[in-house]
Design a binder for this molecule. Sequence first.
Ligand code: NOJ
Length: 558
Amino acid sequence: MKKQWWKESVVYQIYPRSFMDSNGDGIGDLQGIISRLDYLKELGIDVVWLSPVYKSPNDDNGYDISDYQDIMREFGTMKDWEQLLLELHKRGIKLIMDLVVNHSSDEHIWFSEARKSKDNPYRDYYIWREGKDGKEPNNWGSNFGGSAWELDELTGEYYLHLFSKKQPDLNWENPKLRKEIYDMMTWWLEKGIDGFRMDVVNFISKVEGLPDDEPKPGKKYASGSKYYRNGPKIHAYLQEMNEKAISKYDVMTVGEMPGVNPEWARQYTGESRNELNMVFQFEHVSLDNGPNGKWDLKPLDLFDLKTNLTKWQNELDEVGWNSLYFNNHDQPRSVSRFGNDGEYWDKSAKMLATLLHMMKGTPYIYQGEEIGMTNVRYSSIDEYRDIETLNFYKEALNDGWTEEKALEAIYAKGRDNARTPMQWDSSRHGGFTKGTPWIKVNPNYKDINVEMAMKNPDSVFYYYKKLIELRKKNEIIIYGKYNLILDHHPEVYAYTRTLGNQILLVMCNFYGDNTEAELPADILEKNFEPLIGNYKDIQISRTIKLRPYETQVLLFNS
Ligand code: NOJ
């Protein structure tokens, strides 16, 4: 396996709107981020992934870009951004930017031109179709609810938008558009950035003819996703992007890919294919979805998680590379979702972190995860800001859900769980802003915040710091081969990593009860050293007792 800096790195995601506000307008900004870089240095991360900071009308908080080469006023200026890059690099931290090129904003100049007339030179930068029998061109639904098509009155044609109607899909069939994108990427690369996280990048190639999908029973719109996920020209586009921009720089790439399976991922990330370094897959964060999708709540089954993560570990072992994540700006907080954010908040946050960071792949930490930030429960829908959540709520009520049931689903799965302001200290609004925050702070900020975490040597924060340090000191954590053990244990997720004559043993009790497990006899004959754990007094024997949410990592040397 080829050694690469991005395999040996830990990435920290910043969602700028919610990270730190420096000017009191209630919205996080670039100067706010700069003021907190020493904190990130202390944590020890290697790379920052910055969610979009480009000019945007914020229909989807910056994932709707109206100028790819300018900065959103609320966040600051290009000078601020340049200062941020410089300050990161000074601290030895790299920067990857979010690349959102499946769609632009409808306020991008390309789209305002395109919609003017059918023969406008920019018309073909987007996907236009005539209606069918007085209806939309096909039956696809948008990922944010409703139809994926919007009628544009002026020319009488519809345009495709897989997300909100203010996010028209770009037409990748058009070589002129592709060139504009590669040039824009090169412009950022020339500024010295260290790579890109690519938003829904496996959606950019659509099946010719945009066929109707199977209708969903009881629903007005079908999915359509099988006609745009991993579409026919996706590899050609990614290879072209690699050739024209990425390959000229020593940078990393990670493609966000809903619906990707390991077989696809091997193609996207296989070294010889020159496409991407790694992908964000969604299977493990969909295991608690019922048959009707994410809002249809279902408890996580530990066997499903073991089976799924093991499949990804094994299938990308020799070919390709995994990204490791439980959290991001679209996912609920993992300690609330897969752990216990009450009695075992501290233990379960540490256990989940261990499970993930000891696997093979590049770990991603989402802001606040490193202090154990939790989900939020606002009492009214009026407190929510996320377009997906608000659209869901309206549709759910139309479909006959009660307000309580819809809110319960939002408490469990809504994206605003991840977007509450970063909790810096116990002052008003958690120290995030001196003004009124654009979204309310989680009321638990007095108990969970950075200031407290940094004063407590036993905090979740210092545990993450130690996990990061261990990766730097032990090659086995990066390159060792993964092997699931105790496959059928109902409460414990355990695995080994092997490199040369070393074996790393990782044990995680996933529940709030004491449990026991039989360790493989051959391992115990070797000398071992405990590397990290969330209880201090560990006792190792053939039959190991694990306390609630206990995790232990042992390194065996023969
Ligand atoms: C995925 C992003 O992570 C999400 O936040 C966004 O809403 C959609 N893509 C559309 O850009």
